[in-house]
Write a protein that binds this ligand. Structure first.
Ligand code: SAM
Length: 253
């Protein structure tokens, strides 16, 4: 079923399709009156809609039923990723959205070969945000992750996050195998007593890894240094590993 995101919190009795939704539903999908689609509201409610009328570049639909599916990870995960080369950020955003990330923030790491300044980020971020939106629709999520950029690691607000982790390849090389598991146990305890989703930030290096100065800074910010298994993963694969591990630990019975 085709799914669209609306900024509306509640859908009016007669919903007039917003321009971008109209374009996709009517011009691309060629929906006709009587066809169904889903609309996800800003407060994560899903409405099953029926297209009613199409007239003069406007279309209306009515709500058949609403529901609130639980498809989001029980933790809110922010990925803080050192900029990697070429189309890697695209792939990272697409798959991280499918795997349940809430926020993806790119930063210029010391060893980043590709670097952005603010004007370049202003061009790149809207494109990545569109990739996140398409992936959220495809994976039937009720939230579109936000994609953003901070010039420096130092500009990121670590204090907002109760749980902080750095994926560190050197820890993995030294057989560090406990830190992620310990973090997961703490999160499990928190989830069992608290209705609010805990916030986790996880930091990842670019292709060249994280510099010693960055690791020292991240430790000062309270990030644990975790290994993600004995194999060295590509810069875009490591965040996917973390999200899949969190889903396995927190969502599967
Ligand atoms: N150049 C580094 C090396 O050869 O060791 C590899 C860097 S890796 C491609 C990029 C990032 O992915 C790392 O900075 C780290 O954040 C993450 N990463 C990859 N494999 C990892 C592992 N096994 N454990 C923890 N983090 C890992």
């Amino acid at each position: 079923m085709q799914r669209y995101f609306t900024k509306l919190k509640q859908i009016p009795a007669e919903y007039r399709l917003e321009p971008d939704i109209f374009h996709h539903a009517i011009n691309v999908m060629r929906f006709k009156p009587g066809d169904n689609f889903e609309l996800v509201t800003a407060n994560q409610q899903v409405a099953l809609m029926e297209l009613m009328t199409i007239q003069n570049k406007q279309a209306t639909a009515k709500t058949l039923k609403t529901y609130q599916p639980q498809v989001e990870l029980p933790v809110s995960v922010t990925l803080l990723c050192g900029l990697a080369k070429n189309s890697k950020p695209d792939l990272l955003v697409q798959k991280a959205t499918e795997l349940g990330a809430d926020k993806i923030v790119f930063f210029n790491a010391e060893f980043s070969v590709a670097r952005w300044d603010e004007p370049k980020a202003a061009k790149k971020i809207p494109r990545l945000q569109k990739i996140a939106q398409a992936a959220a629709q495809q994976s039937q999520r009720t939230v579109i992750p936000t994609v953003s950029f901070v010039n420096l690691l130092q500009n990121f607000a670590f204090a907002k996050y109760a749980y902080r982790l750095t994926a560190y390849e050197e820890a993995a090389k030294h057989n560090e195998t406990h830190q992620l598991n310990q973090l997961v146990q703490k999160i499990k305890e928190k989830i069992s007593t608290d209705a609010v989703r805990p916030k986790v930030v996880a930091v990842f290096g670019p292709e060249g890894g994280l510099a010693a100065t960055e690791i020292a800074f991240l430790q000062q910010q309270g990030c644990i240094l975790a290994g993600l298994g004995p194999r060295i993963l590509r810069a875009e694969t490591a965040p996917w590993y973390l999200l899949a591990a969190l889903s396995f630990a927190l969502e599967l019975g």
